[in-house]
Write a protein that binds this ligand. Structure first.
Ligand code: FAD
Length: 307
């Protein structure tokens, strides 16, 4: 089956400023709180601690993307520095994931590189780690260029993401291999044209298996970021068959998605990281979560009716 109409509509809605303002006003109370750790860092800290207390690792993100001025990126960098200091002060088992368009990538690649380098450096001082999320396909070249420059400059506490829906990802994985990369593998969350991404879900899933097996048999660290139980069980069987040490991979899921499965994997002895973002600018993040599972729209609507 191709990309469903529901998913298409929700991903298009992610770019609608009018709908964004409406949902931003009412949506947190009505359902975004299921997927977002808090509208502020102060609200997110106890959520992160609660997840850690259950044996889950966490990462967090100051929500926001598509920033358009250098001054705005300076505010974002300052917020991430504060976040890294706070994580250390609170002794949280939390690292940071961020988007390069939040640091200026959409208008100045060199600025985004400088900004992320500063944050990777700051994270290293705290013994922490930064993951660079992967955004739309138009950003992949620049994102991988910046990741490579950081690694070549000697930063080891940084990783990035490959999306199995993109035809190019297998080649990107091979090209990154000499860096012993730390890579999160995902299916991909954006609306992409058929000339760059598999339109059929079954092909995206099959490509994920190939990427996963190549990454796990390579030398780096693999973050298996999916809620797909068949894929998770395949990964477990594959690592057992190939005697791949549990030090070399972890599972990652989103806050609010399959929480029972997260804890079940912890009970089975696997490292599981829950991605729990925060901040007032959560609208586009929420829309991507709804698009992944249009049944989540019903969850939101039920809360609307009850309120
Ligand atoms: C930690 C993490 C980081 C990510 N980072 C990125 C990134 O940098 N770039 C990017 O493009 N994408 C990213 N994604 C999103 C990813 O690309 C997928 O859109 C998302 O994970 C859904 O795909 P799936 O692998 O879970 O499989 P699917 O086949 O979509 O889902 C499998 C099952 O999981 C459950 N499920 C999946 N999504 C939801 C949901 N939203 N709500 C409720 N149940 C759900 C359902 O039961 C579904 O049947 C990230 C995902 C995770 C978990």
């Amino acid at each position: 089956m191709g990309l469903s109409a529901g998913r298409r509509v929700l991903l298009a809605a992610a770019d609608s400023p009018l709908l964004g303002r409406f949902v931003q006003r009412y949506g947190f109370r009505l359902g975004a709180a299921r997927f977002v750790a808090g509208q502020s860092l102060d609200a997110a800290v106890p959520v992160l601690r609660g997840l850690n207390d259950k044996g889950l690792l966490t990462n967090t993100t100051l929500l926001g993307e598509g920033v358009t001025t250098e001054a705005e990126t300076a505010v974002v960098v300052a917020a991430y520095r504060e976040l890294l200091d706070r994580i250390a002060a609170e002794s949280l088992r939390t690292n940071v994931a961020l988007k390069l368009t939040h640091l200026g990538l959409a208008f100045d690649e060199e600025l985004a590189r400088r900004n992320v380098a500063e944050l990777v450096w700051h994270a290293a001082r705290h013994g922490n780690f930064i993951r660079i999320d992967m955004e739309e396909s138009a950003r992949v070249d620049a994102t991988l260029r910046i990741y490579r420059l950081l690694r070549e400059a000697g930063h080891d506490n940084v990783g990035t993401v490959l999306q199995s829906y993109l035809y190019r990802s297998e080649a990107d994985l091979a090209a990154l291999a000499p860096l012993t990369p730390n890579l999160r593998l995902v299916k991909g969350a954006y609306l992409e044209p058929a000339d760059v991404a598999y339109p059929e879900k079954s092909d995206v899933d099959a490509a994920y298996v190939k990427l996963l097996e190549s990454a796990l048999t390579g030398a780096g660290f693999t973050a298996i970021a999916t809620h797909d139980e068949a894929l998770i069980e395949h990964a477990i069987a594959f690592t057992q068959e190939h005697a791949i040490s549990p030090q070399r991979f972890q599972f990652q899921m989103l806050y609010g998605v399959r929480p029972a499965l997260q804890l079940d994997l912890v009970r089975r002895g696997y490292a599981v990281l829950v991605a729990a973002p925060y901040g007032p600018d959560w609208y586009r993040y929420l829309m991507r979560r709804l698009a992944e599972r249009p049944a989540n729209v019903l969850f939101l609507l039920r809360n609307l009716v009850r309120s």
